[in-house]
Design a protein around this ligand. Sequence first.
Ligand code: ADP
Length: 388
Amino acid sequence: MCDLLQRNPDETTGGVGVGSKHGNTMARQKVIEGEGSSGGNKPPPAGRLSPHFNPDDERFDDELRPQKLSEVVGQRKVVDRLKIVLDATLKRKEPLSHILFDGPPGLGKTTLAMTLAKEMGTECQITSGPALMAPKDLLSYLTNASYGSVLFIDEIHRLPPAVEEFIYPVMEDFRVDIVLGEGMNARTINMKLKPFTVIGATTRSGMLTAPLRDRFVHREHLDFYDVMELTEIVQRNAKKLRTEINEDAAVLIADRSRGTPRKANNLLRWTRDFATVREPSGNITKPISERALAMLEVDAVGLESQDRRYLSTLVSVFSGGPAGLSAIGHTMNVPPDTLEDEVEPFLLRLGFIQRTPRGRTITIAGLHHLGLQAPDQRTDSTAQGELF
Ligand code: ADP
């Protein structure tokens, strides 16, 4: 059984927590029961037909999260490698080596960390980079870490430098160096910790410093899922939510989920709410999911209004680009980080935009998606090319 614990950073630091995944409660809190918990089969919270539905909502993640590695759909190569590492560690009765997962949001980084802890039969503490504002915020997690347990640090690229330096000896030698006093009177006390596993997750592996990256023995990149994998996730989760869905409808939802299980789950929830209200049987059919997703403004390739706004801003304000990320962010009034993490990866994958050294540009495919004709494009660089 995995005892998953998370603590509110505000409790110790007065800082600002991030993301619902990292909790807002004051006490150390058990967030998931291990095997045998009824989490997956609980009646879901009542649905509401709301225009403010957010397909990236993380609130319901835990209810549908796979509990074992064998329940994880897709990411076959990653899962196979993790299985080897896991089996070897279980055989040797050692703690797991430190693992880093990177990839866009909602692809299963937290899920894999939690299933690994469960498979190890150990407890798992959860925190995140921005929540650890000072080394002292990390200290209570370290002293609570039992032999072989897992400490999951989400958004690890956002660890402040002081905490990052503090964590190096922790990961390497399971030791903390505490400096007491200042100047001439400063003394360092070493404190031994029980060996445990740090599992880091990041949407920006490029922002990790080399020393931190190198302390992770295993590094795994998670990629977008294909439609078949997402269809399987939708069908399995419909069962967990005790909802009838036919295959065509599951494929349609999968197709519009931008390769992301979290989106697939949330679109499924929305469609279920829609079916409950608009379809007497409450069953999800293809026409029902088409109507539900149209109401949510999710288009045929899975773009949402924010994605289309990004593309149209690039066209209307920046003449198709190149435009800098922060300029686009300021124009849209959306944090550039959000655009980089949540909007751009899928647009890049669809080939609707390009990232060039001079900024973002829209492609012909992107223009066609907006129903626009490609202008006679003589970019500065081609014009320059002709000059020389
Ligand atoms: P991340 O940590 O990468 O942002 P999560 O691990 O929180 O993403 O995944 C979001 C949700 O998507 C989970 O609650 C889970 O239900 C679902 N999910 C993610 N990966 C998988 C997978 N491989 N198989 C089945 N469901 C998945």
